[in-house]
Write a protein that binds this ligand. Structure first.
Ligand code: HEM
Length: 436
């Protein structure tokens, strides 16, 4: 395909474009993009090679996110990444996460109390906005022991949203005005970034004056000491990690929860089965971590939603040395795109891939499936550090919502996947609730 054709389609509808080139050309597709050559690698064997067997050869270079996330855990490489990952990993230990359940339930409870007003008035609302606020409050309390009020959460959420939309618009562009130019877009971006940094620096400063009170990720970052040099972590590095966790820890879960409620509003059979499971094991009360292993269909619905609508729908790596993928030599310096969205629809591993069918994840069906055919959290050493946190959060929230409310889509507002920094349902997600 001529280069202009590739860029045009990639910019226009990247999801459809990637799914189509995969269908048309197969598991490794070379995309000519000017000086840079990109490859789309879709086969699970290639995912295994890139993320696990030869992962050190595939580095991250997320130029557009550099300024926002700096050298935080998502964007860093090499020794810096390894040191920070080891330092931060204990904050995500499963026992520690289990202790956060009560707080997650409490924040969800607050949101549901607000929904009672929506239920009484029958007023439609944007479900995604609600879930975004909730996920923000949860991540900030869990990792930084700080409570946000509704206004703060809304202001921060909007700043993140605008920033990410702006960054997404920059991807695959051949040319854009340098960030130092005072264009309207650049100025708005600067204002939003300054707002977010203000919040992050305030969190760090407050903690420096109040050490030893909280046992959370922020405490680990602020008190960390290098074993060899005895030096403390720089304020810039703490800022990068806090910004990264803040962003990575709420966009993704809120997006998945939104998709889940949207999909369930169109799949009455799955919703009925969920309600029956909740009635059996919860009987109307709020769930605890001890209940979750029994709520098997609850988990299957989450897994299937993450298959169809993986928030991280595309990620990329740059090859340090050349490598062989699927029998083809891929030269050093090229970029490889991995797309959970495409791999999760691979016909060799997912029959009727477009249909929503949680039963795919019952143990009998899942057994023997290629482990790397399902990668919502990616795989290998750089897989998501927050996967258990996110799964617990969603497993608690879904039963709480459905036991209290009937949730339905507002007719006349079609929803489709919007591939931005994460894959969101859009353009808006108007829904209504009624007391169950
Ligand atoms: C449904 C929820 C989530 C999904 C689908 C998801 C997905 C992912 C994926 C695919 C990656 C790999 C990105 C890459 O290699 O380029 C990743 C990395 C990461 N995620 Fe998540 N994530 C979720 C929730 C969370 C949460 C709740 C947190 C924090 C509490 C988090 C923090 C991170 C971090 C720090 C990394 C970088 C890890 C590293 O490279 O060492 N994520 N996530």
């Amino acid at each position: 395909m001529p280069i202009i054709g590739v860029v045009h389609r990639l910019l226009g509808d990247p999801l459809e474009f990637m799914a189509r080139v995969h269908r048309h050309y197969g598991d490794l597709v070379k995309l000519p993009l000017g000086k840079h050559t990109m490859y789309l690698a879709a086969h699970p064997d290639m995912i295994k090679r890139i993320t696990q067997e030869n992962w050190k050869n595939y580095i991250k270079r997320y130029a557009t996110m550099d300024e926002i996330l700096g050298q935080g855990l998502v964007t860093s490489n090499g020794q810096l990444w390894l040191r920070q990952r080891r330092l931060m990993q204990p904050a995500f230990h499963h026992q520690r996460i289990a202790r956060m359940a009560e707080m997650m339930v409490e924040e969800t409870e607050r949101m549901l109390t607000r929904w009672e007003g929506y239920a009484r008035s029958g007023q439609p609302f944007d479900m995604q906005d609600e879930l975004m606020l909730l996920a923000e409050k949860v991540i900030v309390r869990a990792m930084f022991s700080t409570s946000l009020n509704d206004d703060e959460a809304a202001t921060i959420g909007k700043a993140f949203n605008d920033t990410l939309n702006w960054v997404a618009g920059q991807q695959f562009r051949f040319w854009q005005p340098p960030r130092s130019w005072p264009t309207a877009g650049n100025l708005r971006y600067r204002r939003n970034l300054a707002l977010l940094e203000g919040v992050v620096y305030r969190l760090i400063e407050e903690r420096r004056h109040q050490q030893g009170v909280h046992d959370d990720l922020l405490e680990m970052l602020v008190t960390a000491c290098d074993a060899e040099t005895g030096e403390q972590m720089s304020t810039q590095q703490i800022r990068d990690e806090v910004m990264t966790i803040f962003l990575a820890g709420h966009e993704t879960t809120a997006g998945t929860m939104s998709w889940m409620l949207h999909v369930l509003s169109h799949h009455g059979d799955a919703e009925r089965k969920l309600r029956a499971e909740y009635a059996t094991y919860l009987g109307g009360r709020n769930p605890t971590p001890a209940d979750l292993p029994k709520l098997t269909f609850n988990r299957m619905v989450i897994d299937e939603t993450l298959r169809l609508y993986p928030p991280t729908w595309m990620l990329s790596r740059v090859l340090v040395d050349s490598d062989t993928l699927g029998g083809y030599e891929v030269p050093a310096g090229s970029s490889v795109l991995l797309s959970p969205y495409v791999t999760h629809r691979h016909p060799a591993f997912w029959p009727h891939a477009e249909s929503f069918d949680p039963e795919r994840f019952c143990p009998a069906e899942a057994e023997g499936r290629h482990k790397f055919a399902y990668i919502p959290f990616l795989s290998g050493p750089r897989q998501c550090i927050g996967n258990q946190f996110a799964l617990m959060e969603m497993q608690l929230m879904l039963p709480m919502i459905l036991q209290r409310f009937w949730v339905s889509a507002v007719p006349g507002y079609p929803v489709r996947p919007i591939p931005r920094a994460t894959l969101r349902p859009g353009p808006r997600l108007w829904m209504q609730v009624a007391l169950a």
